[in-house]
Write a protein of this length. Structure first.
Lengths: 366, 196, 130
């Protein structure tokens, strides 16, 4: 009997020691979430780590980087892009490493999409009032053809010198607007910083431009539950609804371009009404995704969501596909590897790329 | 080891010299069988999509050991079964192992105590229900203390209770049926108090 | 069928039946004990200004508060376990038109005034691509 008890004691001690080892190795899971207002949207980072301190440090470092980059990519700010826009058509302007990287990517997507994605349309977008004016008033204006024509007729181009790290613009009509790509780049940079910090997983959401990495092996009770990130796609005509939810297991990025994001309505008399999700009878919707060839808001699609390995690709391609329209857009997506898309046409049909065929989305806008 | 006490006991030694050896062999066989059941059960997808919804068939062997070989042996079997079983299944260092080990230990102790002190009023079925519920509730509490301090964890409690009821009922009924048959074959009655 | 019950009765003692009954009672009790606080409250709406938390509003308490942000005053109302923005500066009035929110995971965002109101919790969706 005495031996039995001592055996049990040894066992209990052993189990206690084992549990201490387990606790040491496992620790607790901390989720740190923070958001800041950057580049006209809420920039949200959610990070999970065994160590709260590590997660907090990573999120803080990530926000510092995001703030720095936001300044760098501001069209009119003190960064090198603002400098290029101010005097780039007169002389070469020294550009920062980040701006050069995005320029190269922008050039690539411009060629891939045959000009549907074009960063040189800053002044065209301005003439519709979708920049500072829109932030202030919430409405834009319909520019007269006389305003648009010179901007469309000039050759809008830029050249980048990788050796001297300078850039130059082809004419005074060019203003570089990285609105369709910079946010994605910033998200990628932020994710890179988070990845270096050895976190379990993280989600970065810059106003719907989302990238996740290392989807959870999250522990609930005794069973390790690998849960995907669940990311919903906005319903383009009803703010309260979503089209559907995508379960994302791996490192992926999503971006949506929609005609409801920045828009205004105009009736036949020229009265302007603020942007809404729902269509308004008798009024025409004008939105911020401008077709570089016509200078008018792109028609044919009302929402495009792209799934891509990086947020920059997703961001740029969502704009490009939106401008290209349903047929050419789908063709572009099918040509590229690892890219999937969900689009809603102006006839309220929902189209998906073949890679998403088995995903449960409606085929008609509900 | 618990066996040594039997070895030095003059009663067993003088009347049945090979009894302790027989017990040892039986224990080893039961342990092997227990590990196999434990690992096999972990391989199947859960019957119900709720964490912890396992039948715990290897607990029948723990009950058997406690009744026929002694309580100490039963506890030893349960502990050895879960450590070796999770070692073989490769989950020993997985995050959930501590939970299942602590649940297993506490429920085994409770099963031993209730077999010893609560049986006549309870039968084997009642004891195994109590054990299964103790297993689930312990895991829940340990999870709360060590990992996730969210009150919401306890929303699982009713599920855990009902799942414990079902698995305890099933294993208990199997145990009663089995022990009756075995008892008849071996000339033993399972209702006899264990010797330890 | 009788045969079945006779076997079951042979296998189960009266103590076993009591244990089974107690488990059902316990499950029912925990359900009723645990469900109540969720409906009754213990839920909060977190109000943030420029990302910093400025107010925690219990949803059980009807009240109205005013947050002064960079663009003006945002008036937030709590009533009957729901929150809405009554008034906020800005051309689009997005957060005012959104109406009441009450479920965990829902949020109101008044971009011009940098005010966000969020009911913390898991809606099952981590983010919306909009």
């Amino acid at each position: 009997m005495r031996q039995t008890i001592s055996v049990l004691k040894i066992l209990a001690l052993g189990i206690l020691a084992l549990s201490l080892v387990f606790i040491y190795f496992q620790g607790q899971v901390a989720v740190v979430q923070d958001e800041k207002y950057l580049l006209g949207t809420y920039f949200r980072i959610k990070a999970q780590s065994r160590s709260r301190e590590r997660a907090e440090r990573a999120v803080q470092a990530a926000f510092e980087e995001a703030e720095r980059l936001a300044e760098e990519f501001s069209r009119t700010g003190a960064g090198s892009l603002g400098e290029l826009n101010r005097r780039g058509f007169q002389e070469p302007v020294k550009l920062s490493e980040d701006v050069i990287t995005v320029f190269e990517a922008a050039q690539k997507y411009r060629e891939l999409s045959h000009g549907a994605f074009d960063p040189t349309i800053g002044k065209l977008v301005d003439s519709w009032g979708f920049t500072q004016d829109w932030d202030r008033t919430g409405v834009g204006r319909v520019p007269s053809p006389e305003v648009l024509r010179p901007l469309l007729e000039d050759t809008r181009d830029f050249s980048i010198d990788l050796v001297t790290k300078t850039g130059q613009l082809s004419s005074a009509s060019v203003e570089i607007d990285f609105g369709g790509i910079a946010k994605g780049y910033i998200v990628d940079r932020v994710v890179a910083i988070l990845q270096e910090s050895d976190l379990d997983n993280a989600l970065v959401d810059a106003g719907g431009n989302i990238r996740v990495f290392n989807s959870y092996p999250r522990r609930v009770l005794w069973w390790e539950d690998r849960r995907p990130f669940r990311i919903a796609v906005q319903h383009p005509r009803d703010e309260q609804k979503v089209l559907g939810v995508l379960a994302i297991w791996e490192d992926r990025a999503l971006a949506t371009s929609g005609d409801y994001q920045r828009c205004f309505f105009a009736d036949v008399l020229g009265n302007i009404f603020p942007c809404r999700y729902a269509d308004e009878p008798g009024k025409t919707r004008y939105h911020h995704i401008i077709d570089p060839k016509t200078g008018m808001p792109a028609r044919g699609l009302i929402s495009v969501t792209i799934l891509a390995p990086t947020a920059m690709e997703a961001d740029a391609l969502s704009t490009a596909v939106f401008v290209l329209g349903p047929e050419k857009g789908l063709e572009l997506v099918e040509r590229l590897e690892n890219i999937e898309c969900i689009m809603v046409t102006d006839e309220r049909r929902i189209l998906k790329s073949p890679g998403l065929a088995d995903i449960n989305f409606p085929t008609e806008l509900p | 080891m618990p066996f040594r006490s039997k070895l030095t006991s003059p009663y067993t030694r003088s009347t049945l010299p090979e009894a302790w050896l027989l017990k040892r062999i039986l224990f080893a066989a039961l342990l092997a069988l227990g590990i196999v059941l434990y690992v096999l059960e972990g391989l199947f997808p859960p019957l119900v999509p709720v964490p912890g919804a396992k039948l715990g068939l290897s607990n029948i062997l723990v009950l058997f050991t406690m009744l026929f070989l002694g309580y100490g042996e039963g506890i030893l079997l349960a502990v050895a079964r879960s450590i070796l079983g999770s070692f073989i299944a490769g989950t020993l260092l997985a995050p959930g192992a501590l939970l299942s080990l602590s649940g297993g230990l506490v429920s085994t102790l409770i099963v031993a105590l209730s077999l010893r002190y609560l049986r006549p009023p309870l039968g084997l079925v009642g004891v195994s229900i109590v054990g299964a519920i103790a297993h689930n509730v312990t895991q829940l509490c340990v999870a709360y203390v060590l990992f996730i301090q969210i009150k919401g964890l306890f929303y699982y409690l009713p599920f855990m209770l009902l799942l414990g009821l079902i698995s305890g009922l099933v294993t208990g009924l199997i145990a009663v049926y089995l022990f009756e048959r075995l008892g008849r074959e071996l000339g033993l009655s399972y209702n006899e108090r264990a010797i330890s | 069928m009788n045969e079945f019950w006779r076997t079951v009765n042979r296998y189960l003692t009266w103590g076993d039946y009591i244990v089974i009954g107690l488990v059902f009672l316990g499950a029912a009790a925990t359900v009723s004990l645990l469900r109540r606080p969720v409906e009754a409250g213990g839920q909060w709406a977190l109000v943030r200004l420029e990302g910093k938390m400025v107010e925690q509003l219990p949803l059980t308490e009807d009240r109205e508060i005013t947050i002064i942000g960079p663009a003006g005053e945002t008036v937030i109302q709590v009533h009957a376990g729901r929150v809405r923005v009554v008034e906020s500066p800005g051309p689009q009035q997005v957060c005012v038109r959104q109406g009441w929110i009450q479920k965990p995971g829902e949020a109101l965002i008044c971009v011009p005034n940098r005010v966000t109101i969020e009911i913390p919790g898991n809606s099952g969706i981590d983010a919306i691509s909009r």
